[in-house]
Design a protein around this ligand. Structure first.
Ligand code: C2E
Ligand code: MG
Ligand code: MG
Length: 560
């Protein structure tokens, strides 16, 4: 029956069972007959064989033999049937196990957690208890998987599942409902809500202990969201089902991610509204990329000593048809989360290179890249392709890497910086002073420039702490031989103050706000900093034709 469709297999099994019940019936009837008549016929046969009696009736003897044969046949069939039923039950149990259990971790799976939680909810409410649903998501698991390989990733998931289950009390459920996402349903007494807090804290701590995988110690953290089944029933008297609880716990988990990961949050109704806004942004970003809604704006960069324009920083803007102009501080983190930052950034950089190609060749173009792009091993190649396609000289391009990136795998960052520099691209360290990078890191990474974060510059004349930091960064730059850009110069007073520290590049609202490509082009045209259109290339078609003619001539000569 192997390979038969399920319903046909079932029909075949059912008809087999009916046949076998018939066989069992026949065998039982044969036994009854044998008990009734077989006894006396058997005695005759034995007496005849031992020479002490008359020959038994042939018909009766045959009937008895047939009876015996039927009993043996019936018994064998009955045994075969029993074995088949046991085998079928085992197969059914195995199929149920496979459909309900995650094979990697042995936890329940996405399909089974819903029903199991609904059962738990009704048992708990019968016992006067509630159920807390915990959504547990490993932080940055994709990177861990990419860096250490998928086998190591599987071992980590198994170990995390083991630690999560070890924390759970008896009667709780644990399921793996996605790649690196677990859900736990825990019955609890509503008077002891702190029990759930304790479980959440213990879980975060247990998972965060280093995991040894193939001799490497790996640390994983989790973000956790919790929702309780009696919450809405408290408010509107409505019982919550498993799916709603999972959804609420997911919203709370997202909040934990947003607040910095490695922590837990209880679900609150206000989170739902926030999530709705976010899902609208997600949909808008996804559709906005192919529709060209993301555009570069340009902020001037000035040599503060001479006041001369030296280049521009490209800053992304989203012209959303429904939301208006949206700041990169809103859409960049979401684009990173949903995995479209690479595509978005490549579109923006391509467009910026086309715009900047028109500018005077002494003007540089700086672009920001996200930490997510730093982890892409093909980033340098992708950038080179964009440069070649735009026919833009790499030495006019500067890549800005934010200081917080240095907490990523430093080896990967160094490799990327080196390959960018090998292509002739400049690399600067953005928002310096906010990311707590160490001197050792700075020394080993071959940056071309440091950009002092605007938070230290904007309040310079009055704030003594900011002044100390700017002084320290200036000395550091001098020590390491790195030129400095000061961001956030908003007023002439700040500019005067900054000038006292050294000869920096500067940018900020004092010089102007970021502007569209068209406005930038107009401004540059006014300053005579737009390049003359390049002379058209010398007609390649004619050249080819000439080459062809001479080749033909040559061959004619040869043949002549
Ligand atoms: P950033 O690279 O540090 O860019 C400077 C930010 O400071 C810009 O904000 C700019 O408009 C703002 N700014 C400039 N001068 C002043 C000033 O005098 N005072 C004040 N208060 N602010 C000033 P914006 O455009 O909102 O960009 C914010 C951040 O978003 C950028 O910080 C950068 O990290 C990121 N970003 C922008 N475009 C991109 C992009 O294409 N890709 C990536 N990955 N990140 C981007
Ligand atoms: Mg920047
Ligand atoms: Mg910056």
């Amino acid at each position: 029956m192997e390979g038969l469709p399920e319903f046909e297999r079932q029909a075949a099994l059912d008809s087999g069972v009916q046949r076998d019940l018939l066989t069992l019936g026949v065998a039982i009837a044969a036994i009854v007959l044998f008990v009734g008549t077989g006894g006396s016929v058997m005695t005759w046969v034995i007496q005849f064989w031992s020479g002490n009696g008359p020959r038994p009736d042939v018909l009766l003897t045959n009937a008895m033999l047939l009876n015996v044969a039927l009993i043996i046949f019936g018994w064998r069939r009955h045994k075969a049937l029993t074995a088949e039923v046991i085998e079928r039950r085992e197969a059914e149990a195995q199929a149920r196990y496979l459909s309900e259990i995650d094979p990697l971790t042995g936890c329940l799976n996405r399909r089974s957690i819903g029903k199991a939680t609904d059962r738990l909810l009704s048992t708990a409410s019968g016992n006067g208890q509630s159920v807390a649903m915990m959504m547990v998501d490993l932080d940055n698991f994709k990177q861990i998987n990419d860096f250490n390989g998928h086998n190591a990733g599987d071992l980590i998931l198994q170990e995390c599942a083991r630690r999560i289950r070890a924390i759970l009390p008896d009667g709780a459920l644990a399921a793996r409902i996605g790649g690196d996402e677990f859900a736990c349903a825990i019955p609890f007494d509503t008077r002891q809500l702190e029990r759930i807090d304790q479980i959440a804290e213990a879980m975060i701590e247990a998972v965060a202990q280093p995991i040894e995988v193939n001799g490497v110690s790996i640390t994983v953290t989790v973000s956790l969201g919790v929702a309780r089944s009696d919450l809405r029933s408290l408010a509107i008297g409505e019982a919550l089902d498993a799916q709603t609880l999972l959804h609420m716990a997911d919203i709370a988990m997202y909040q934990a991610k947003k607040q910095g990961r490695n922590r837990y949050f209880w679900f609150e109704a206000s989170m739902e509204a926030e999530l709705k806004v976010r899902s609208e942004l997600v949909a808008g970003i996804r559709s906005g990329i192919p529709h060209g809604e993301f555009v570069p704006h340009y902020e001037q960069q000035i040599d503060i000593e001479s006041g001369e324009l030296v280049g521009f920083e490209m800053l992304a803007r989203w012209n959303s048809p429904t939301l208006g102009v949206v700041s990169p501080e809103v859409f960049i983190p979401i684009a990173e989360d949903i995995g479209v930052i690479g595509a978005l950034s490549e579109c923006l950089i391509s467009q910026a290179l086309i715009d900047a190609r028109e500018w005077d060749s002494k003007l540089t173009l700086s672009v920001n890249i996200s930490p997510v792009q730093l982890r892409d091993p093909w980033f340098a190649q992708k950038l080179l392709k964009i440069l070649v396609e735009a026919n833009f000289p790499p030495n006019r391009l500067e890549i800005e890497i934010t200081e917080s990136c240095l907490h990523e795998n430093i080896g990967v960052v160094r490799t990327l910086i080196v390959s960018l520099k090998n292509q002739g691209i400049q690399v600067s360290l953005d928002d310096f002073g906010t990311g707590y990078s160490s001197l050792a890191q700075l020394r080993t990474l071959p940056f071309d420039r440091i950009k002092i974060d605007r938070s230290f510059v904007t309040d310079l004349p009055d704030n003594k702490e900011s002044a100390t930091i700017v002084q320290a960064i200036t000395s550091l730059g001098e020590g390491l031989g790195l030129p400095i850009t000061a961001e956030g110069i908003e007023t002439p007073e700040v500019l005067d103050e900054i000038r006292r520290y050294g000869s920096f590049k500067g940018q900020g609202y004092h010089y102007g706000h970021p502007e569209t490509a068209a406005d930038t082009q107009r401004k540059l045209a006014g300053m005579n900093l737009i390049r003359e259109p390049e002379a058209p290339l010398a007609k390649p078609v004619k050249k080819k034709a000439a080459a062809k003619t001479s080749a033909t001539r040559g061959s004619r000569k040869r043949s002549a």
